[in-house]
Write a protein that binds this ligand. Structure first.
Ligand SMILES: [Zn+2]
Length: 401
């Protein structure tokens, strides 16, 4: 049986936290000096654990278990948002390191570790796993720039480890497990200690443009105005009502982006452009929600004098976790933490979603205190981190046995 050493796991996490430390949080954006320092530190820990560190062309860092037998890959990412917490991503990587070390001590060498590059989208979201899996090519994205105007191709050229990149074929691995913090409030509210992810939600982006008449905000009477923003408000309120009756219990919807033209205090808005994002765990649910947004735009067109257009501009299908792995993790959780576990969807995207389309994949969540993440205050009880890592180790023991 693989038995983890909690103090090693926690000291790794604390050491990684010091790299890019900012108060209780961390700033390690992809390809920044702190990110590179952090990942070199991880490469050294991989080496200490008897793994072969290998960097690929996009800067993914793998710690490969020796031998030709396909191993179980465990990990996540170690870059952060512009203001990040100490556990988002880092927990999964530290967990992988500790399980790999403990597995070797137990005479089971078949665990490899990964830190995927740029999960947080400094250049492109989930970039490292997409390039590794071949769904995005380096040539396509070389000219992407980060918020500081730095070109990805230049960032990679200045990063010696990616100059002689290694190739890591998928068939080196038989499965992928990504431990992560939940980043939402569900487990914390229910006082549960682990979530076994069943599906990573997919999404639809619907672009909605509302056309009114731009005019003087003082001289134009209320009667006969065609205010595009008022049109948007009515539309958004009506859509919210529809979703409350048709959406699945785990579906979410957000108008996160709103462009008001010309956005001036004395001008009646002539045009509003907004991006609606819906997320759900089934393709049918996503299609129903996107369809309802388009149908409602048509209905408002027929009734009113404001013109709306709605069209789906981006789609991502839900990613289902491997049933056998979900059952193995759930069975362990049911024994180790009776009534303090649940199966749940992930509303947030993760590298595991990409990997699941090519390899049997699973995710486990540790609770996030107050459901807070992508900020410096992000935290999880130490005993919960240790528990989730030991759960992964125990499940991996069964898979390797
Ligand atoms: Zn993350």
């Amino acid at each position: 049986l693989i038995t983890i050493d909690p103090s090693r796991l926690l000291s790794d996490l604390e050491n990684l936290r010091k790299i890019g430390e900012c108060g209780p949080g961390v700033i390690r954006q992809a390809f920044s000096p702190a990110d590179i320092e952090g990942r070199r530190w991880i490469a050294a820990r991989m080496q200490d654990a008897g793994l072969d560190p290998l960097w690929d062309e996009i800067g993914n860092l793998f710690g490969l278990s020796p031998g030709d037998e396909p191993s179980i890959l465990i990990g996540s990412h170690s870059d952060t948002q512009p203001e990040g917490g100490w556990l988002d991503g880092a927990f999964g990587v530290a967990c992988g390191l500790e399980v790999a070390r403990a597995a070797r001590e137990a005479g089971l060498p078949g665990v490899s570790v990964v830190s995927f590059a740029d999960e947080e989208g400094t250049f492109a979201p989930l970039m490292g796993s997409r390039v590794w899996l071949g769904t995005l090519s380096l040539a396509e994205i070389e000219d992407l720039k980060d918020a500081q105007g730095r070109r990805l191709g230049d960032a990679l050229a200045n990063f010696p480890e990616s100059r002689n990149p290694g190739k890591v074929p998928l068939d080196r691995f038989r499965a992928f497990i990504e431990p992560h913090i939940e980043q939402g409030p569900v487990l914390d509210r229910a006082k549960e200690v682990v979530g076994v992810v069943t599906t990573i939600a997919g999404m639809r982006h619907v672009e909605i443009v509302i056309h009114g008449d731009q005019n003087h905000a003082g001289a134009t009477p209320m009667v006969g105005r065609r205010d595009a923003l008022q049109g948007f408000l009515k539309y958004a309120a009506a859509l919210d009502q529809i979703y409350r009756s048709i959406a699945s219990p785990v579906a979410v919807w957000t108008f996160g982006q709103l462009n008001v033209h010309p956005n001036a205090v004395s001008i009646i808005p002539g045009r509003v452009r907004t991006m609606l994002q819906v997320r759900d765990v089934t393709t049918e649910g996503l299609d129903a929600m996107a369809g309802a947004a388009c149908d409602l735009a048509e209905a408002h067109n027929r009734e009113g004098d404001i013109k709306l257009t709605a069209r789906v501009v981006a789609s991502l299908e839900p990613a289902h976790m491997d049933r056998g792995l979900v059952e193995a993790l759930t069975a362990t959780a049911a024994v180790r933490a009776p009534n303090r576990w649940r199966q749940m969807p992930s509303g947030a995207l993760h590298d595991a979603g990409n990997v699941s389309r090519k390899l049997p994949t699973a995710m486990v969540f540790a609770p996030s205190i107050r459901g807070v993440s992508h900020c410096f205050e992000e935290d999880t009880k130490v005993e919960d981190l240790v528990f989730v890592c030991s759960l992964v180790a125990e499940t991996v023991s069964c898979l390797l046995a």
